[in-house]
Design a protein. Sequence first.
Length: 114
Amino acid sequence: MRFNQLIDIINETHSTLQQKAASAVNQGLTIRNWLIGFYIAEFEQNGEDRAKYGDRLLEQIAESTINIRGLSLRNLKLCRQFYTKYLQIGQTVSAQLQMSDFAQEGRSSEIYRK
């Protein structure tokens, strides 16, 4: 192997794995956003103390999750809209979660009932 070949293979390896990492992040964010929309919609319909929050539910969530990047009021509205527009994603999300640590922690049980 020559030095130029070494550099080429390093560059190719980096490029390929960087693309795979970006894809995994995108998939994870898509699942996260759909789930957040799902949880919001479920709470709006069935939450025991939902009346306490009323029209300010999303504002309250945004204020309570200020330490989580990407969960502004606007993004929470988009998550809820994403969930309601793409309900069918639930089957894919459910399958993805069954293979993840998230499911092992029992957090995805609500989705399996849908």
